[in-house]
Write a protein that binds this ligand. Sequence first.
Ligand code: OGA
Ligand code: NI
Length: 394
Amino acid sequence: MHLHIPSQFLQSRIVSQPLYRRPRCSHMAAIAPIGPQLSQPPLSHPPPSKLTTVKALSESSGLSSIPSIYTFPKQPNHEPVSDTKEPIPTIDFSLLISSNPDERSKTIRELGKACGDWGFFMVTNHGVPERMMKAMIEVCREFFELTEEEKGECEGKHVLDPIRYGTSFNPSVDKILYWRDYLKIFQHPAFHSPSNPPSFREIALEYSKRTRGVMKEIVRGISESLGLEDKYIEKASNLENCLQIMIANLYPSCPQPELAMGLPAHSDHGLLTLLIQNDTVGLQVLHKDKWVNIHPIPNSFLANIGDHIEILSNRKYKSVLHRAVVNDRDARISIALAHGPAMDAAVSPAPMLLEDGQNPLAYRAMKYKEYVELQQSNKLDGKSCLEHIRNRGI
Ligand code: OGA
Ligand code: NI
């Protein structure tokens, strides 16, 4: 493992700065992009195995301060509040799938309110066994414990490679590095798995299936809560072939947590993310202009709606900014299962939500595959991808 990261990173960034903006396809070339200019960097990311991971850095002996490349600028407007009196909403999944119509419609109303007010909610009684969730976290921990050489087999070269192990978010464009290592795996429509640890495949296959089942029911509920047919979102986004990505995040303990950032403020690109974590907190959600620490109920999923619900609902439900902070005591592991439309689906706002002419079409359609590629190839920057496809001035 190379421990001289700062110069190494600086060097790799000099060679791989985005030099030009490459149109993704003739459609995008023809339409002048609206909103912030995002760039497609050349595909020469430095291979993660040649970069120092945060895990290796945090384990290097005598580390009492962080390299300056990890020092994150303060955002004075968004002071964190440690805890909020207003807890994030909880949805009882067993009532969402209840055969009692009153229970179900009450839960759908609560779900709609949770999406509108917070964009984040906890999901209890979801039926995924606790031991399966724990096994998933444990096998991800084991993955991160492998040698860098072993993990290096999972390094990806392109942001759409089905298995990608790396550090920070996108080191070829990150000006500041995030205190985070990750493993990203495409699990649907085709299931992929690292070959090590040997039990990863079996645990992840089952977990991804069960999680998709939960996602589908929640998406049906969201559809109904918008006044749409329960299968509207499912059909519009071709959920049969949904892109499901597992993102395992490792945030090692950090000697100067107040200076570093695990993941900066961002929204998720898909429809619905279901997240679990070990016992360490670190997720913050922007709610009413304040960062709120989230303390999940044990054995629950933390769910959040992504940009594609904002698109489909024509901004009735908005994807919510969230970030991960780090601490100087314990390593944190989180596993997010991000569910989006099929890769070749180009989702638009539901016409029924524009009916009265009061709500002009807020977004133009972009193929999900291109949207993911755009988000993953640039620096992680709030909701800049959504802004990119926003129709303005109508
Ligand atoms: C993500 C994410 C938050 C966390 O992976 O998209 O927002 O708590 N993770 O790790
Ligand atoms: Ni996220």
